[in-house]
Design a protein around this ligand. Structure first.
Ligand code: FAD
Ligand code: NAP
Length: 543
């Protein structure tokens, strides 16, 4: 049937109401632009709305994992722990939505299904699963890098008689594992946080591990008042400093090589960082991620710590990662993860040696053994970086984004992709995003996009598109920088390896948050070098 409905018109449509979509809306309002946000969830907060599994918390210190755009907000909000828990971060997201009156422009429980660009009108038409139809000059994809949860295609899942959960789709009213036999599949960051907490409740916990991960104790605890105050006192300067660092985290980097110091000194430094806790461990030396020999020193140290912590040395050996350099899969941060394997009610199962062959009505079969379970937790990760974008039918000039990215994502700066004008991505592939403090990267992208659309308006332009040449050069540069590091050596989701059939390219930009910011700023200052800007009026006159 012919379309009869006429679309509601906005300056900008934003997809997603996590921290990216929320701040984007706030900035656009400040420019006097009309915007509407569609969010699939029934609340704001994105990651922190969906990932309610036990133990979920951030691995960047709370004082840094928060918005910096409002001096009042960052002064008034009080974090109760050094590393905030998921419920507290979700409360923060809701507080921000209330404080800046964001909700009136956010339509919840609504998934965007299609987005189509009309080159003549220079507008995007967006459809949702609730039948909404909107037209907007610009479309901003704030869809998240880790928002498409993935359950591997294990045969027999449907016949399992117990309950199944994915960490990224956790029930809102929680799960009580008391007295149950529980299986957790996966040993990435989510599992490493969840396992110690589930182990305290479950009658027995079976952890199905394919690849062990390196994890550093968080040393989380209540937020000392003086510590919070010292941050608040210096917030503007500290935030500014973080924006120019490699990871966007003030992590006390030690600018010397691990190979420059004596073994004794190296050990002292690792001991100190291990005792202090958190991802700052990876800033112990400046070459851990680029030099295999330097990396080995850190990896050996963590393996030794695992052997010291876990009493049963055969379990310790299984838990000690040996097949990827430390840090090349996202480094994990935990509370008592390794020590949990000393509990009598916890069993580690090596599914590298004997892969899971089937989920049965009664549990999980791996090799010849059937593990009888009441509940299974899939901590099996996400179709990262591209999943949420490619779940939307995005089209321009008769081509879909899926077709364009058939061999892997291609973008200019991770912000735009050639052939899809007026569509921006926040923390898209090709930007530092998941390799950084995401709050820093989100704010940088949102500010850049807001400044860009303001510039277009001020200059009478209404269309911006990445040129093919600029995109090709950026992709080449991204690959070159990635291959100067050890990252491509790991079978990680950064490389798309966790999704069968996904093209294997290193997706984030590893050149560093500070360097990347300078490049973006320079490009903008040069009138958006590498982007083609135009106005409809000019195009019509030329025709
Ligand atoms: P998200 O928070 O993922 O929000 C995207 C939103 O878009 C989602 O709510 C989703 O429902 C919605 N959406 C997607 N597609 C559609 C569609 N088609 N239609 C409508 N809505 C749609 N980063 C850090 O820097 N530090 C951390 O400690 C940290 N911890 C993390 C812990 C977990 C468990 C996970 C999964 C990620 C973590 N991250 C962390 C990364 C985290 O994703 C970012 O920090 C940040 O929250 C991302 O915000 P976002 O708004 O870009 O995306
Ligand atoms: P993940 O890192 O992708 O881990 C998924 C786990 O599932 C891996 O151990 C993987 O093993 C395993 N797995 C997948 N398919 C399997 C199969 N068929 N059989 C057996 N095992 C299988 O996912 P995640 O733990 O959810 O973390 C994703 C990202 O979210 C993190 O890297 C991080 O960026 C973010 N996060 C951060 C925190 C935090 O500390 N703040 C917490 C959670 C998540 P293989 O490695 O062998 O594939």
């Amino acid at each position: 049937m012919a379309e009869t409905k006429s679309p509601a018109a906005f300056d900008v449509v934003i997809v997603g109401a996590g921290f990216a979509g929320m701040y984007m809306l706030h900035r656009l309002r400040g420019l006097g632009m009309s915007a509407c946000v569609f969010e699939a969830g029934s609340g704001v907060g994105g990651t922190w709305y969906w990932n309610r599994y036990p133990g979920a918390r951030c691995d960047v210190e709370s004082m840094q994992y928060s918005y910096s755009f409002s001096p009042e907000l960052q002064q008034e909000w009080r974090w109760s722990e050094l590393f905030a828990s998921q419920p507290e971060i979700l409360r923060y997201a809701n507080h921000v939505a209330d404080r800046f009156d964001l909700s009136r422009d956010i339509q919840l429980n609504t998934r965007v299904t299609d987005a189509k660009f009309d080159r003549t009108m220079r507008r995007w038409t967006v459809r949702t699963d609730r039948g909404d139809l909107v037209s907007a000059r610009y479309c901003v994809m704030a869809t998240g890098c880790l928002s498409t949860a993935r359950v591997p295609d294990f045969p027999g899942i449907a016949q399992f008689a117990g309950k199944t959960y994915h960490t990224g789709h956790w029930p809102h009213d929680g799960v009580d594992f008391t007295g149950l036999r529980v299986g957790v599949i996966g040993t990435g960051s989510s599992a490493i946080q969840a396992v110690p907490v589930i182990a305290e409740q479950a009658a027995h916990l079976f952890v199905f591990q394919r690849t062990p991960n390196f994890s550093i104790p968080s040393r989380n605890g209540p937020m000392p008042d003086e510590y919070a105050q010292s941050w608040k006192h210096d917030y503007p300067a500290l935030r500014e400093k973080a924006r120019h660092l490699r990871t966007g985290v003030l992590n006390n980097p030690n600018d010397i090589s691990a190979l420059e110091v004596s073994e004794q000194e190296r050990r002292r430094i690792y001991d100190e960082r291990w005792a202090a806790g958190g991802t700052n461990f990876m800033a112990a030396f400046n070459d851990l991620i680029v030099d295999q020999r330097a990396n080995d020193t850190a990896a050996d140290f963590v393996r030794d710590m695992i052997r010291e912590t876990v009493r049963d040395q055969s379990v310790a050996e299984l838990l000690a990662p040996k097949n990827h350099p430390i840090g090349t899969k996202r480094i994990c941060v935990d509370t008592d993860y390794y020590a949990t394997f000393n509990r009598p009610n916890v069993t580690l199962i090596d599914v590298r040696r004997t892969p899971i062959s089937q989920i049965t009505a009664a549990g999980i079969r791996a090799g010849d053994v059937e593990y009888k379970l009441d509940a299974i937790v899939f901590a099996t990760g996400f179709d990262a970086m591209t999943g949420a974008l490619l779940n939307i039918d995005i089209r321009s000039d008769g081509t879909t984004l899926q077709q364009k990215w058939d061999a892997g994502p291609r973008t200019y700066l991770g912000l735009m992709t050639a052939g899809f004008p007026n569509m921006f991505m926040i923390t898209g592939p090709g930007s530092p995003s998941v390799l950084s403090n995401m709050m820093v990267s989100i704010e940088q992208h949102v500010d850049w996009i807001a400044d860009c659309v303001a510039y277009l308006r001020a200059h009478g332009e209404d269309c911006i598109e990445a040129t093919q040449d600029a995109e090709d050069a950026w992709v080449l540069h991204g690959n070159e920088v990635a291959h100067q590091t050890l990252y491509p050596l790991a079978n990680s989701w950064y490389m798309g390896v966790n999704i069968p059939g996904k093209p294997q390219v290193f997706m984030p930009y590893i050149g560093g948050v500070g360097t990347y910011r300078d490049i973006c700023d320079e490009i903008a200052a040069e009138g958006y070098r590498g982007f083609a800007l135009s106005a409809r009026a000019q195009t019509l006159a030329a025709e």
